[in-house]
Design a protein around this ligand. Structure first.
Ligand code: GDP
Length: 366
């Protein structure tokens, strides 16, 4: 077949794999203007769509950014910071300035300290080797913080292009749609942003005569819990509204299971409260440490669910991390799921999570 390029973004059109970049249904080839499905949806529904790709594909695709000048806006999910921070970002973006945007603020309990959250995001970015100019918190869904961010992007971009980067599921599409609606007023975005010869599969939305907002495809990250779950399970673990805490008074040698996706053993310490912040639909089970292994063996995927059958096929085994906590309230963070605030001093816990989805601790946000 002769190579056909999408007239929106320039990617080479293919008709065989729906999940891959450049897909368009065979029937669409008859049309006068051939668009890939992603551009088609943006044009007709003002909706952007992610194309799952491997880290390598992504790196190849976006490494061109390091040769261009522009502002990088890195969107992350504040529920899955570890899974959504792109650790290779500095390599991809060269010397371009980066601002970090934590999305899904609406899901956090009202009592969360935004200041502490920002400090924590700064620390995580720094530890990942990503130098950020600034950090913002937004909710793309509720449109919180979008106006202020828009203004800051204008200030920081200095007349240059803006690249929006993020892993899948962080809300990048929702964010871009919110921006398009509020700022450009274009209804026919693709046609007006037709850049001949672009073969990158980026979607470009004009900001002014000389520069554009560039949507890069979402990257799939192995450290994302979402990567290992069926769509049904993803629905269950993804909170849809502000999460409510669930409090357990535990004696040591007791265990909490978060479905069958994560587990927390209280090994040493005084009786205390464990405050759990997870999707309200994710069931929490309490048992004794001595019985926990047997319970998991027997009931993972049934009483302990998610995972459902489909997720079980792809979910890596649970691995454990031991934490000795002393002084002050501490959050044990299960990336992509939620966290547990431990209130007592001198406490030892063992946290279990699927391999690659690493548990971490932070000073409590609340
Ligand atoms: P993308 O893969 O990064 O483009 O992410 P999407 O925009 O498709 O969003 C992924 C999921 O997160 C969807 O279920 C969205 O409804 C949800 N989502 C996106 N932004 C927000 C937000 O600000 N708050 C909440 N609660 N959910 C959001």
């Amino acid at each position: 077949m002769e190579k056909i390029q999408c007239q929106g973004c320039g990617v080479v059109i293919q008709t065989t794999d729906k999940e891959k970049i450049g897909y368009t249904p065979p029937s669409a080839l008859e049309k006068e203007t051939v668009l890939c499905q992603r551009c088609f949806r943006l044009k007709h529904y003002n909706e952007t769509q992610d194309v799952p790709m491997t880290d390598d594909d992504f790196l190849k695709m976006v490494s061109s950014i390091s040769d261009s000048k522009g502002l990088i806006v890195h969107i992350i999910d504040i529920f899955d910071v570890n899974g959504s921070l792109i650790k290779s970002l500095p390599r991809i973006t060269g010397d371009n300035p980066i601002i970090l945007v934590g999305n899904k603020l609406d899901l956090l309990p009202k009592s969360t300290s935004e200041n502490k959250l920002i400090q924590w995001l700064k620390k995580e970015a720094k530890e990942a080797g990503i130098k950020v100019q600034d950090v913002f918190l937004i909710s793309s869904m509720k449109k919180t913080g979008i106006d202020e961010l828009k203004q800051k992007i204008e200030d920081y971009r200095n007349g240059k292009d803006v690249y929006i980067v993020g892993t899948t599921n962080v809300g990048k599409s929702t964010f871009i749609n919110a921006l398009i609606k509020e700022s450009t007023g274009y209804s026919d975005v693709i046609t007006t942003s037709y850049f001949p010869g672009t073969t990158l599969g980026f979607i470009q939305i004009p900001l002014d005569e000389h520069s554009s907002l560039i949507d890069t495809p979402g990257i799939v990250n192995k450290q994302q819990m979402a990567h290992y779950l069926s769509p049904e399970d993803l629905k269950i673990i993804t909170p849809r509204k502000e999460i409510k805490s669930r409090v357990y008074q535990l004696n040591n040698q007791q265990t909490l299971f978060f479905g069958g996706l994560a587990r927390l053993d209280f090994i040493k310490g005084e009786r205390q409260s464990f405050i759990c912040y997870f999707s309200n639909e994710l069931e929490i089970h309490r048992t004794k440490v001595e019985k926990a292994d047997a319970l998991y063996e027997k009931h993972n995927g049934e009483l302990l669910s998610p995972p459902n059958e489909d997720s079980l096929k792809i979910l890596p085994p649970l691995t454990q991390h031991s934490f000795k906590l002393s002084g002050g309230k501490t959050d044990i963070v299960f990336p992509g799921l939620g966290w547990v605030t431990v209130t007592g001093d001198e406490t030892t816990v063992i946290a279990y999570s699927p391999k690659d989805v690493a548990v971490s601790v932070r000073n409590s946000l609340i």
